[in-house]
Structures are given as C-alpha cells and as structure tokens.
Design a protein around this ligand. Structure first.
Ligand SMILES: [Zn+2]
Length: 223
C-alpha cells in the first residue's frame, strides 16, 4: 500500500498572494468516510478554504491562483477562487474541456469561465522579478507546469506538480499509465533535471508523503 500526500502552497510576495494548487474537492473533506476511487481511497480533514480561514484568509485574499494541472487532486477547489486572477496554460484549459480524460472533472473548475483568467502559453514570470515562476513542463497533461520559488533564506525550490509522483518515478524515469504523453514527459523531466543541476534548487515532489511529513506546514513557513 502506498500513501500519497496532496498539498497546496501559499506564496506571499510583496506584489500579492499566490495559491499554487488547490488540493482535493470539498466533498472529500465533507465525507465522514474515506472516499473510494479506482485503486485507492481519499481522506481530507479540512479543505483548503477552511485551512486558509484558520490563518485569517478568505478566497478573496488570494490575488493569484495557479494550478500545476487540472486533475481533481490539484484543481479540486478551483471554483472557490474565482475572485483571484487565475493564470492558466491555454493548452491545459483547451484539453480539459476538449475531450474527457482520467482525473478531469470540469465541474470542479467550470466557474472559472466567469472569472478573470489570464491565459498563458509556456513559462511565466508571475511577479516580474524572477522570484516566482511557472515552468512549462507538459506531458503528464498537455499544459502541465511546475512552480519555481526563490526564497531569501531557503533558496530556490521547484514544486513538482505531477511531473513526478514519487521518488521512484524520478530515479527510474517512469511515467504513469494515465499520463497524456510519455515522450513529452521525458523531455520535461530532462529539462527540470538540467534546471536543478544549473541552479542547485531543491525539488519538492508534491505527492511524496515522506517528504511532506518532513516539511513545515502552515502556519509555519519557509522564507
Ligand atoms: Zn496529482
């Protein structure tokens, strides 16, 4: 049995507050029993909106919302953040509404059609100073991206999205069966590995529970 972790990241920048990945849908947190899905089950104590409320923040306090990709475990709360500016890879959006795919539930993010969405195509420097950047890494999904954050004391961190699900994925260069395009994923892996080597950045694999258990969680933070 393997346990995966599902994180959300709150980035505080002088120019605004950014949420990267919104985690699982609310119904998982509402369920008293673990929710069964194919091959596993989901447990969620408090959904992201309640977790933010614990820190005195409402959805309207999130200036920018970004999702590594639109799978249900990353964009599950997207409809709650329609007051934010949403940065969306055009290819991810088109693919999500274009054809049905595993782990895509458009009802979790369809309210974004009425929100302020800025469509992007490729890498994107969110605040214009290089400190928070989206790195376009397609393959897992057509518009998959990961987040690079440069922190004064912690250094640079790359937050993986689902480029890798586990450390073994990375060591063995394995691609999951529900992946959209294996060749693209391998190219994205090469790009990220090179970036890690060049920058000395730390990679956080989002679903790595052992890693997650070793990291500080809100309201603690990295600076
Ligand atoms: Zn995932």
């Amino acid at each position: 049995m393997r346990q995966l972790f599902v994180p959300c990241y709150l980035v505080e920048h002088p120019k605004g507050r950014l949420l990267f990945d919104g985690g699982l849908p609310k119904n998982v947190a509402d369920s008293k029993e673990p929710l069964s899905i194919e091959g596993g089950s989901l447990v969620y104590d408090r959904w992201i909106v309640d977790q933010l409320a614990d820190m005195g923040l409402g959805p309207a306090d999130i200036d920018v919302a970004v999702y590594s990709h639109l799978h249900f475990d990353h964009a599950g709360a997207a409809n709650a953040f329609i007051e934010s500016e949403v940065l969306m890879q055009q290819r991810e959006w088109d693919a999500a509404f274009g054809q049905s795919a595993s782990f895509i539930d458009t009802s979790l993010f369809d309210r974004l059609k009425h929100a302020s969405v800025t469509f992007i195509d490729g890498d994107h420097d969110v605040f214009g100073d290089g400190s928070v950047q989206l790195i376009f890494t397609p393959g897992h999904t057509p518009g998959h991206q990961l987040l690079s954050v440069k922190l004064e004391n912690t250094g640079q961190i790359l937050i993986s999205g689902d480029l890798y699900h586990t450390r073994a994925n990375r060591e063995l260069r394995r691609v999951p069966t529900f992946n959209n395009n294996a060749q693209q994923t391998h190219e994205s892996m090469d790009r990220v590995e090179q970036l890690l080597e060049e920058t000395g950045a730390t990679l956080w694999i989002e679903h790595d529970k052992v890693l997650a258990d070793s990291l500080k969680r809100a309201p603690q933070y990295y600076d």
